[in-house]
Structure formats: C-alpha cells, structure tokens
Write a protein that binds this ligand. Structure first.
Ligand code: OSB
Ligand code: MG
Length: 407
C-alpha cells in the first residue's frame, strides 16, 4: 500500500535497526532492498553561462531529482531530461508525470534483491528512459552503500580515474570560440567537442583546427542535418576530427549508415541509441564507429552496462555523454565512466564549469591532466547537500510505505 504524503500526513515509518542490518550482512550476497520512501523534486538551477546547441539555448535548468529510502539507506538519482522535447521526446514535465503516476506507485513498497531488477518491474512502461534511470540509479547508490563499496566498483569499473573532455556551445563568432578552446585546454581537458549547426559549422571548426592542429577535436550536430547534405558533411573529412556526433535525425539509424559509407570521419551516435539492441543494430549496419552512452537516454546503469558490453564485444569505443547535470547526475556519470570500454574522454567535466555552487560535496574536480578520480567511499561517493537542495527545490512529491505499528 502506497500513500502519497502530500495527501496523508501522519505516516508511521520504520528505520532499519542495526539488528536487521546484521541479518542482511549474514546472508552474504543475498541482499534485499525494501523501498520505503520515494521523493521526487524539481530543482531550478541557473547555468553560469547560456549553452547553445542546434536545437536551442538553455540557461535555466529544471532538474528532477530522485531520493529513495530503502532499509534505512538513502540513495540519489538525477533525471536528465531537459526542459523541451528537442533532444529526445522526454521533458522535465513528462518525467514528473511518469514518475508520479506510474513509477512511484509501482516501486514503493517493493522488495528487490538488486537495483538491476528494476527494469523488469517497469517493462509495462514504454519509453521514458530518463524517468526510469533517475529511479534505478538511486537504487544502485543504495545497493553500493549496503555492500559498503563505491558504486563504480559495484558496476564493475576498473579505472580509478577517468579522462575528461568538454562540450562547447555554439558561439557568436569563430574568434570567441578559439579563445574558449584555449581556456579549456589550459585547464587540462583532453578533448574538445564543438556544437555545430548549419551556418555555424565548417568555418568555426576550421578556425579551431588551424589554431590547434594536434588536439583531439570532435563536433556534435544534434540532428541538424539531412542525408541530402552529404556533400557538405564530407567537407568535415578535411578537419581530422575524432568523430562527428549525431549529424542526422534523432531516430534514424539507417540514414547514418548511408552517410557513414560516404564519409571518412567516424560517426558517433548519441540520440539514436536507447538500448543494447539499437547499439547492435547501428554497429552491424555500419551506422557508426563510436557510441556516446548517456545514462538517462539508455534508461539507467543496467542498460548502460549492456550497451557498453555490446560495444566492447564489437570493438566499438564508447564515452560518457553529458546533459548539463547537477552533481548527482555527474557523480553517476563518473561511476559509469570507469568501465573498461570507456576508452575515449567523455563530456563529464568539473562542477565549476556549470554551477556557481553544486549540490554535492565535494564538488566534481578535474586535475591539471584532465582527469577525475573515482571516489573511494561507499555508494555514489559524493554527499548531496540536503539544505542547499531544499533551497533550490520548487516542487516536491513524496511516497511512503504505510506500515502498521504492530508489524
Ligand atoms: O548532445 O551531448 C549532447 C547538452 C544537452 C543536450 C544534449 C547534449 C548536451 C551536451 C552537454 O553536449 C554536455 C555536458 O553536459 O557538458
Ligand atoms: Mg550529443
């Protein structure tokens, strides 16, 4: 029985006793997670600077966060939707609806033996990968805390530090873009990705390439071109790019295969890949040579690991994409990026590039070599700043298991 505490207030709520914890530990690997509470919040966070992609400009983020309590442990996940349905079909508001009306009622009160069981519990909900991922990832945080190991180790990660790149928004002119690239390189970032759109592409990329002939450089079009633009897109072959990311439509793997057969530059798919089957289909049809894995887009750590394994088995490098996340999402991205197949620098960069103040402690820091160290403490490894999160919260809904005092 699940009760929405916004309607019903006086809930009796049990915390895990140390005796029960001992009981679970004595069962070795057979853990149980009883999901006792789920809290859904929307945070408003202003980016330090506006971020422009081919689909629009963002500065004021509306970020849904998930906080789950299971067996007295608290786990956190971020729903990586943006505000509009212009990257994929989800938005902050669709996620609010799906979590409120379908996911929370399906999971609160359930017993799981592992976070990896969540996708099966939610098979009846089609799509809405980002909404599901926020919830699943909070459970992964809890499972790692139960097992007293860092989340990245629970996931099977092998890299104690990850390689970082940056994603730079479209700018007013090539000169200011070159200056921005120079700053990021001085911070140590190992790879520069430039957002492009028709009219703000080749000239910008050529300006950066001529100034920095040897850096790892890539471009991301976020679906701004069509297969008919193949003549134009082929001109990127002269820029010696590591990859061109998602040049064609968000749901069109086939056209990317046609384009890749006519381009030397490796195509990397982002928007097109929501699960392992998409990844296998894209690789086997020659639609891409690299895949960007985003935890939200693929539905959480369980699916992300399957996509990673499918790519690794086919010798396709992967890297971790970003969605302008708060520290919670960023911490999950770091954990995932420690898997062995993440051989290219990702879009996971320092908190201070985005936020005046982040919602976790410590904030995500990047070394002068452009790396982030995987955390050593159990679970997510970064502590959510509860007070600051409350201050940023503009709406909140909570669900708790109704328990009887005599239970
Ligand atoms: O395509 O990678 C993308 C931001 C919003 C939506 C889509 C994308 C991005 C980014 C930002 O590139 C990466 C970051 O978080 O720094
Ligand atoms: Mg992208």
């Amino acid at each position: 029985m699940v009760q929405d505490v916004n309607k019903k207030h006086h809930m009796v709520h049990f915390l895990l006793t140390s005796a029960r914890l001992q009981f679970y530990k004595s069962w070795g690997s057979s853990f149980l997670m009883k999901i006792e509470e789920l809290h859904l919040r929307e945070l408003r966070m202003r980016l330090k600077a506006p971020f422009e992609t081919s689909f629009g400009v963002t500065q004021d983020r509306r970020i849904p966060l998930i906080e789950i309590v299971a067996d007295g442990l608290r786990g956190w996940g971020e729903i990586t939707t943006i505000e509009t349905p212009s990257y994929n079909s989800e938005t902050t508001d669709t996620a609010w609806h799906i979590v409120s009306d379908f996911i929370a009622p399906a999971v609160v009160g359930r017993n799981l033996s592992s976070a990896a069981e969540l996708p099966d519990l939610l098979v009846g909900i089609r799509g809405h990968c980002m909404a599901k991922a926020g919830v699943e990832n909070a459970l992964w945080d809890i499972e790692a805390q139960q097992k007293r190991i860092p989340l990245w180790q629970l996931l099977g990660g092998t890299r104690p530090e990850i390689a970082c790149g940056v994603s730079l928004g479209i700018r007013e002119n090539p000169q200011s873009l070159v200056r921005k690239v120079e700053q990021e390189l001085a911070c140590g970032y190992q790879r520069i990705k430039l957002k492009i759109k028709p009219g703000k592409d080749l000239v910008y990329v050529a300006a950066v390439r001529s100034q920095f002939p040897n850096i790892l450089l890539s471009v991301d079009a976020n679906s701004a071109y069509r297969l008919e633009d193949v003549g134009h897109l082929r001109r990127f072959d002269d820029c010696h790019l590591l990859m061109v990311e998602q040049p064609l439509e968000w749901d069109d793997i086939h056209s990317h295969a046609r384009l890749q057969s006519q381009m030397k530059t490796a195509i990397c798919l982002d928007e097109c890949i929501s699960n392992e089957k998409h990844a296998i289909g894209a690789i086997e049809s020659g639609a891409c040579k690299i895949i960007n894995i985003k935890l939200g887009r693929v539905g959480g750590h369980t699916s992300a690991r399957k996509v990673h394994n499918a790519c690794q088995a086919r010798n396709v490098p992967v890297w971790c994409g970003g969605m302008l996340e708060s520290g919670i999402g960023r911490a999950h991205n770091i954990a995932m990026s420690t898997l062995a197949g993440f051989t290219l620098p990702g879009d996971v960069s320092a908190s201070s590039r985005y936020w005046v103040e982040d919602v976790i402690e410590p904030e995500v820091m990047v070394s002068a070599q452009g790396t982030i160290a995987a955390p050593a403490t159990p679970g997510l490894g970064f502590v959510p700043k509860k007070q600051f999160i409350e201050e940023l919260t503009v709406r909140k809904r909570s669900w708790r298991v109704a328990v009887h005092a005599s239970a």
